[in-house]
Structure formats: C-alpha cells, structure tokens
Design a protein. Structure first.
Length: 440
C-alpha cells in the first residue's frame, strides 16, 4: 500500500514555555480528533509542525534551528508559536516553510495542515481520549486559564506576541480540569501570562460548572479546582492585593501551599523602569503575612539582574531583599535585549561581564538561603508525588517542587513505588536544591 493511501502522519516539535506546551496539546488533540496519527520521527511524517518560542534571542535561535532541522529531514514544515508573530523572521530564514502562524492559533494551524495534508475520511470519535492529547506525563498536566497580558513591562514583548488578556470561560476550564483528574492526573498546574488577572477582561462575570454558578476569578477558580481531589499549583501570579485571598485556601489544604510570584527586582527605581508597580517594603510585609497564615507556604520568584541603569547600590538592595525575604525557590537571569522591547531604548546598559558577575553573586546568596531552608525539613514527614522509578529508587516532588524548574526528592533503595503514586516520606538529608528521603 502506498504512503498516500495510509493514515496521514504529522510530526510535532514543541518548544518554549508551558503556555506553548498547552497550545501544542490543543493542536495535537485536534489532529487526533480528525484521525491524523502523530509520528515520533521525521522520516515517517507526511509533514511536521514546529511550535516555536521567540521570547529571547537564544529561544529564537533554537526555534530557527529546529525549523531548519525539520526542513532538512522532512521538507514539509508548518511553523506556529511566538516566533511566528515576529514579522517575517521565519520566512526570511526559511523561505521553504509551508505556512507560518502566531501563538494560540489552533484553527489557523489546522487550516494549513488541511491544505497540505487532507484529513482522513470519517475519523472515529474514540481516537481521542476525553482529556485530549498531552505532552506531559500522565500524572500531571498544565491547565492554561487565559491568553495574553495587559501589562507592558519594558523588558517583555509577550503582549505584542500574544495580545491583551483573554480569559477562558470558567466552565470550560473546570470541565478540562475535571476530565484530566478523571483520566488519572494527580496534579494540575495552573498557568497563564498573568494568573491573578484571570477574569479582569470579563469583569469577573459568573459562569457555570456542574450546574452551579462560579465567578471567573482566580480565588473562586482555585477553590473549585481544590474540590477535584488533585494537587493544584498556581504559577505566574502577579502580586495584586487579592492574591492574599488564596493563602487561606493553602492553609486549609485546598490547594498546594506554593506561590510563584515574579518579583523581578527590589529597587523601586528599577521596578519603575521595568513598569512593574511594586515595592520591596510592601512585598516583605505581605510575605510575612502569608507565612503567618500558612507557615508551610513555598515562595518562588524570578529576578532580572543587570537591567539597564542598575547601579551597584540597587543590586545590593536586591541582595538585601533576598536575605530578608528568605524565598524558597529563585530563578535569576541576566537582562537580555529582546527585539521590540521598550527597555532597549533605555540608557546605561550594563556590560555583559558585570551582568554575569552580579548573576553569579545573586545565585550564591540564594543557594545559601535555599540550603538553609531545606535543612529545616530533615526529620520531617512530607507527602510526595512520584515522577520516576529507577535502579536507585524513586524520584519524586513535594508540594514545594514544580516540575522541571524546582528541586526533587530522592527516595533511595525503594522500588515499590510507581510513577504517579503519592507517598509519605521522611526527609533524611538535603543540599541546596534537593531532598533525600525514605518511605514511611
């Protein structure tokens, strides 16, 4: 039988952040719903879709290289994602691509696929599981609750790539979350560009789930998700005042005591240049309040060092903030100019070597903080979710550990556990980022 008579196969390359991963999952779900098969290699694919990232220069380079590899190995490539929204960058580098779309463009991608690889005739409805096609392991999944962002941070081009905030209907979000849990998902990771702004664009209007009214708002959404029986983890939470409302839910065990808040800096002047309205004094007070309500809360944040105009004094102010805040998890980056970002026009850009020195210094300070905070957990019993089982034992995560960005818990000499299992373990050792434990 010739290749044209077989079920059409689509290869897929997914790059970038969890938001892009969710976009990929939506496209893959549509493909399987229409009867396409998903191929794991270029050779067996009739065409390849590459979902790109275009946020920083290194991501642009990686995406262009991935497109080039797909063209070289297969020849028929459709490009989607954030890089597709950056003008003619893709076309100029790879003129032979079949089509280019921006992010969050499932319909446009499907139209391009139909044009170059007609969909199979009469696909069976049971080809697609209720939870859709996922790129994550079976026991956890990302749930994107909105698209776009209303902020205009000077270092960021997300609004120009993904547009202003558009919140998903709360009933749709809850239906997706419920389907995932019913399919065996143990952890729901709530993501968006600005999770705490959920519902702002629709004035927090009331939707419906399970026959009952539910406001399109982060607090109410988190509370409803907490009723599904899975871990619920909040990411990308901008520190609006109403964020304080979810802390009691964490203290009550309704959602995980974990908050990912991108502070970015501590200097009021630098925050103003970044167009991020916050102050370190106010945030330190709120962190203290959060911990008084939920002592077990894990706080994660990201920071940018070497932002244009950052003085040594302002960098020291950031270090002082870290010492005072005692955050559990920190990611830091040296400022990198992004094409189209307003910060490019700011004066006094910091030399790369100074940026790297500051980044190294900050991470040294945070490493000591992280190590000290993890040491306090030795001897305690914690609940973990198993991600991997190997010869040495199991690799798991606690409520303090988001997949791929935080630490892990190594459970040594115990292969009785299975991936996706919950287990209670006693912490026996720690380092700067990870824990070692034994099953209770």
């Amino acid at each position: 039988m010739s290749k044209k008579q077989t079920v059409p196969r689509v290869g897929f390359v997914s790059l970038g952040c969890p938001k892009a991963t969710v976009d990929s999952e939506h496209i893959l779900t549509h493909l399987r719903a229409e009867g396409y098969l998903i191929s794991g290699n270029y050779r067996d694919s009739d065409l390849v879709v590459v979902n790109t990232c275009g946020f920083i220069d290194s991501a642009v380079k990686e995406s262009l290289e991935a497109i080039g590899e797909a063209l070289a190995e297969n020849g028929k490539v459709i490009v989607t994602g954030c890089l597709g929204a950056k003008g003619d960058v893709v076309r100029q580098t790879h003129p032979k691509v079949l089509a280019v779309t921006g992010p969050h463009a499932t319909d446009e991608v499907m139209e391009a696929i139909h044009a170059h690889l007609p969909k199979p005739h009469d696909p069976y409805s049971d080809l697609v599981p209720p939870q859709g096609i996922r790129l994550t392991p079976k026991h956890y999944a990302y749930v994107k609750i909105s698209e776009g962002c209303n902020h205009r941070c000077t270092f960021c081009i997300i609004p120009s790539l993904r547009g202003d905030l558009v919140s998903r209907p709360v009933g749709d979000v809850m239906q997706e979350a419920e389907s995932l849990v019913n399919a065996g998902v143990k952890e729901l990771l709530v993501i968006s560009q600005d999770t705490s702004a959920y519902g702002v664009d629709v004035k927090y209007r009331t939707g419906f789930w399970g026959g009952r009214p539910l406001r399109t708002r982060m607090t109410e959404l988190a509370q409803a998700m907490g009723e599904l029986g899975a871990w619920v983890r909040l990411h990308y939470v901008y520190p609006y005042p109403h964020v304080d409302e979810v802390i009691p839910l964490m203290a009550e065990g309704k959602i995980l005591p974990y908050l990912d808040v991108p502070f970015q800096h501590a200097s009021a002047r630098i925050l103003n240049l970044m167009k991020r309205p916050a102050s370190s004094e106010n945030m330190l007070a709120r962190i203290k309040q959060w911990r008084s309500i939920c002592p077990d809360i894990t706080l994660r944040s990201t920071f940018i060092v070497g932002f244009p105009g950052e003085t040594e004094e302002e960098f020291e102010e950031l270090l002082d903030f870290l010492e005072e805040a005692q955050l559990d998890r920190v990611g830091a980056f040296a400022y990198s100019p992004v094409e189209g970002a307003a910060a490019n026009a700011l004066p006094d850009h910091i030399p790369p070597e100074v940026q790297e020195q500051r980044l190294f210094h900050l991470m040294q300070v945070q490493e000591e903080i992280s190590a000290a905070r993890l040491t306090r957990k030795i001897g305690k019993t914690i609940r973990v979710l198993v991600d991997e089982v190997n010869r040495e034992g199991a690799v798991a995560r606690s409520s303090a550990d988001a997949p791929e960005i935080d630490g892990v818990v190594y459970i040594e000499n115990d292969r009785s556990l299975k991936v996706g299992d919950f287990a209670d373990v006693r912490v026996t050792d720690s380092d700067s980022y990870d824990l070692w434990a034994e099953k209770v």
